[in-house]
Design a protein around this ligand. Structure first.
Ligand SMILES: Cc1ncc(COP(=O)(O)O)c(C=O)c1O
Length: 422
């Protein structure tokens, strides 16, 4: 948190890219090796160490990681996968890539993560042959893709107990959750997100994520066979990549072992990632300090609900979602965001839930009433700017703008004013 006195607009996000990243990118360009090569290998090794996972495969997005994960675990057309309603497009679309059926699960009201009780209810209904809105009858459920929304991890033991009870594989959408950790209780040891928290865990290095490579992702697993398959499929199913063929004693020759994809990460991207990774914990601590500042300074604003914290979580603080108490405000969420915009503060919303998007609405016929928590909560969600390069005057500007809008649009104030003018 640097301090200076410039008062400019506060962006929703600004990447924290410094000299080491710039110098490494130049070194990569000068090296003459631009595609997957030694920098990707180093990034994979160091990322695997950071999350205590034996195998890490660098890819060109988290979406690619999620797709390869469900593909590698054998998802087939017509099979169902439990996916939270409250997530980004990628979590469900990778199920559609394979012709599978995303089975949307409502949110747990506190964290907005997938509600495992609701997932249990869904499994019970499906297994008893009951028809559920938006789902073909008798859909066989084979897996689940939980998301750690905003970087606050779910109860990993809860997920895995649920999955083993129902014989499901677990692919973790950890797009927001690096670095993050959880423990069962204060006397238990910490487990990193990716440290055997799922069969395959998928991270995002998209431009606004907690560490970035511009675009990029990583799939981690403790299963050597799965890792080898992910790697193979990430580059057209070729028996060896270009670095293997053209560096050292490699041969030009290769064999196509499977129909794969073009999902490999470049050395240019990895050059950025290596140095972002080295500062990941420092950047997380800075975001945590900013989040604590928001929590302290907005605590008494009665028009707001603030995001939960938990002593048994190391929160990645990718997002800082506030929820508006709409019954105490004279404006709706969209107008609230417009007001913040007029004050120079850019915000976002995570997310319009999947069932309220035209494709999913039309393809599956889900109704808002089927997923009541996600349907209600999204109308009052606002993600405030939170990034490690935020300066103190930017934090002040966000707090001031939020407080000003709440004051101006408070119903209590409206009632007082109308009483005064009566
Ligand atoms: C929850 C979630 N999953 C997956 C993704 C996809 O990540 P990527 O852009 O790296 O493919 C995102 C991106 O914002 C996300 O928020």
């Amino acid at each position: 948190m640097k301090t200076d006195n410039t008062h400019s607009a506060v962006p929703f996000y600004r990447p924290d890219v410094r000299d080491p990243e710039l110098e490494e990118v130049i070194a990569a360009l000068r090296s003459g090796w631009l595609t997957t090569g030694p920098r990707v290998q180093r990034f994979e090794r160091e990322f695997g160490t950071a999350v205590a996972a034996p195998h890490a495969v660098a890819l060109n997005s988290c979406t690619a990681a999620l797709h390869l994960a469900v593909h590698t675990l054998g998802l087939r057309g017509g099979e169902g996968v439990l996916v939270p309603a409250m997530t980004f497009a990628a979590t469900a679309e990778v199920v559609r890539y394979e012709g599978g059926v995303p089975i949307l699960i409502d949110s747990e009201p506190g964290t907005l993560n997938m509600d495992l009780d609701r997932a249990e209810w869904t499994m019970t209904h499906l297994r008893s042959g009951s028809a559920l809105a938006g789902l073909p009858p008798d859909v066989p459920v084979v897996g689940m893709i939980p998301v750690h929304v905003g970087g606050m991890m779910m109860d990993v033991d809860g997920i895995n107990a649920f999955a083993s009870r129902h014989q499901l594989w677990v692919v973790e959408d950890a797009a927001h959750a690096f670095p993050a950790a959880w423990r069962k209780s204060p006397d238990a040891s910490w487990q990193h997100c990716g440290q055997q928290t799922a069969t395959i865990s998928c991270f995002s290095f998209y431009a606004n994520k907690t560490i970035t490579t511009g675009e990029g992702g990583m799939a981690v697993t403790s299963d050597a066979g799965l890792a080898a398959r992910l790697r193979l499929l990430s580059l057209h199913g070729l028996s060896q990549d270009a670095w293997g063929r053209y560096s050292g004693n490699g041969s030009w020759d290769y064999r196509i072992l499977a129909p794969g994809y073009k999902y490999n990460m470049t050395d240019i991207a990895a050059a950025i990632g290596i140095h972002q990774l080295a500062r990941a914990e420092e950047m997380r601590r800075t975001r945590e300090a900013i989040a604590q500042e928001y929590l302290r300074r907005l605590a008494d604003v009665e028009e707001l609900e603030l995001p939960p914290t938990d002593v048994n979580r190391i929160h990645a603080w990718h997002l800082f979602p506030i929820r508006l108490r709409l019954e105490r405000l004279t404006v709706d969420r969209n107008d609230f965001i417009k007001e913040l915009g007029r004050a120079g503060v850019s915000c976002s919303v995570h997310w319009r839930p999947l069932h309220l998007h035209p494709y999913y609405e039309q393809a599956f016929g889900w109704r808002a009433a089927d997923l009541p928590v996600a349907s209600a909560e999204w109308t009052r969600l606002v993600s405030l700017p939170l990034f490690s390069g935020m300066e103190n005057h930017e934090i002040d500007a966000v707090v001031k703008a939020v407080c000003d809008v709440c004051r101006r649009a408070s119903r209590r104030r409206a009632v007082t004013l109308s009483a005064e003018t009566a």
